[in-house]
Design a protein around this ligand. Structure first.
Ligand code: RNT
Ligand code: ZN
Length: 411
């Protein structure tokens, strides 16, 4: 134990905060790191192309992972810089196989190398069907397409994704979350929103009909995407209702709301009607730009709600950002660690005192406390947490990230 930590521990103890308990709680939180930050949302299907579906990775920093082996090497490096044990969030288009299955032909065998590797690395797995970057999604309509044949194609993709997710969950011994996000929407103002939403609902019902024991379904809403400005079929209200009726998880992506909405505020509101929540922690800048998350007020507010509302046990924390202008691995490491740092800071707050002050309408005390705790030495606790988990911080982290980035720049 360092002298720095010992002093900080005492300072927090004076505030009634147990730093050992905070670190122990943080160590239990597994974050689902998204595979798609490693290769700019391209994937490994026998095709090339942009992400499509109204989402877009921009930039040309060297080092993008071009093969599953490169992506796994990058992930191993990234996880080694992140304290704790975490999960990997795979998209269907990241299959690892010599076969060339279309989306409606995918099987668990196409993901076997990922499952073996995750088991070996002690990583949990989550999964996502990929409803974009495909000729049958070029109209930005998939599960809500007016053509029954196109809908059936995507329903089959979704069913197979759920089977794969369940196989992953069985192999890992913990439930795999299968998150459904479809790009469906209209560039200009539609005249039959009801028809589109009814078709989406019916397609989802058909997809989810089989019981899959080792996975949980999640549905992700969105406000708009590029080329889908006028109407998104799977809007927040649509999926909130769907998740409640069908007892799925609701995925709240921080970039999928109006820019001035407080996504952290939604947690306690939806948690009263849902068993579990999935987060896509992200940083929208003016739109759903998916910037790497910073240790900023939005992330801190999210972490504080998770901790103060006792939602950590029923929230799956996933990340969703992709920046191709910087090192892909540094983006993972910095973003994931920022989520952990925000959680640690929330765990280090004098929660009971704050909540008591608010219940007594003592808003002055609440303000004094929230502002004074910002000066407490949380960074010393983070340093200790990283030391105990044998991961670097500060200058050592900076050189590790720089060295790795340089080592992959020839790709
Ligand atoms: C798109 C959604 C979705 C994707 C990933 C790749 O706006 O946020 O979660 O980012 O599925
Ligand atoms: Zn998302």
């Amino acid at each position: 134990m360092s002298a720095l930590y010992d002093t900080a521990r005492q300072t927090f103890a004076d505030w009634g905060v147990d730093t050992e308990a905070a670190m122990a709680r943080l160590a239990e939180v597994s974050i689902s790191m998204h595979c798609w930050q490693g290769d700019d949302v391209v994937g490994f299907e026998a095709k090339t192309g942009a992400s499509g579906g109204g989402i877009q990775a921009t930039g040309n920093h060297p080092g993008r992972a071009r093969t599953p082996a490169e992506l796994r090497a990058d992930l191993e490096f990234a996880y080694a810089q992140i304290p704790g044990s975490h999960r990997l969030n795979l998209h269907a288009m990241y299959m690892d196989t010599d076969a060339t299955p279309d989306r409606d032909e995918i099987e668990v065998a196409h993901f076997a190398p990922w499952i073996d590797w995750a088991t070996d690395q002690n990583l949990g797995l989550d999964f996502n069907p990929t409803f974009f970057a495909h000729a049958k999604a070029d109209d930005n309509l998939t599960l809500s397409h007016p053509d029954q044949g196109i809908r059936d194609f995507w329903i089959e993709h979704g069913k197979r994704s759920r089977e794969i997710a369940s196989a992953m969950g069985a192999a890992q011994g913990n439930a795999c979350v299968n998150n459904i996000w479809v790009p469906d929407g209209y560039k200009d103002i539609p005249v039959d929103r009801m028809a589109a939403r009814s078709r989406l609902e019916a397609s989802l019902d058909a997809m989810l009909v089989d019981a899959q024991p080792h996975m949980r379904d999640a549905v992700e809403s969105k406000l708009f995407g590029i080329g889908v400005e006028a109407c998104t079929v799977g809007s927040h209200e649509f999926y909130l209702g769907y998740a409640i009726r069908n007892k799925t998880l609701l995925c709240l992506d921080m970039g999928h709301f109006h820019p001035t909405e407080n996504v952290a505020d939604k947690l306690s509101a939806v948690a009263l009607s849902l068993d579990e929540i999935l987060l896509h922690v992200s940083r929208p800048m003016r739109w759903d730009s998916d910037h790497v998350i910073l240790l900023n007020d939005d992330i801190f507010a999210m972490a504080q709600e998770l901790v103060f509302a006792d939602l950590l046990d029923r929230t799956r924390i996933g990340l969703d950002f992709f920046d191709a202008t910087i090192s892909r691995t540094a983006a993972w490491v910095i973003g994931t660690r920022n989520m952990q740092k925000a959680l640690l800071r929330a765990l280090l707050m004098p929660r009971e005192e704050l909540q008591t002050a608010e219940a007594a309408l003592d808003y002055t005390k609440r303000l004094i406390l929230t502002e004074e705790v910002k000066d407490l030495p949380a960074s010393a606790i983070w340093q200790e947490f990283c030391d105990r988990h044998s991961v670097p911080t500060g200058l050592a982290l900076s050189s590790a990230l720089g060295d790795y980035d340089a080592s992959v720049s020839g790709r």
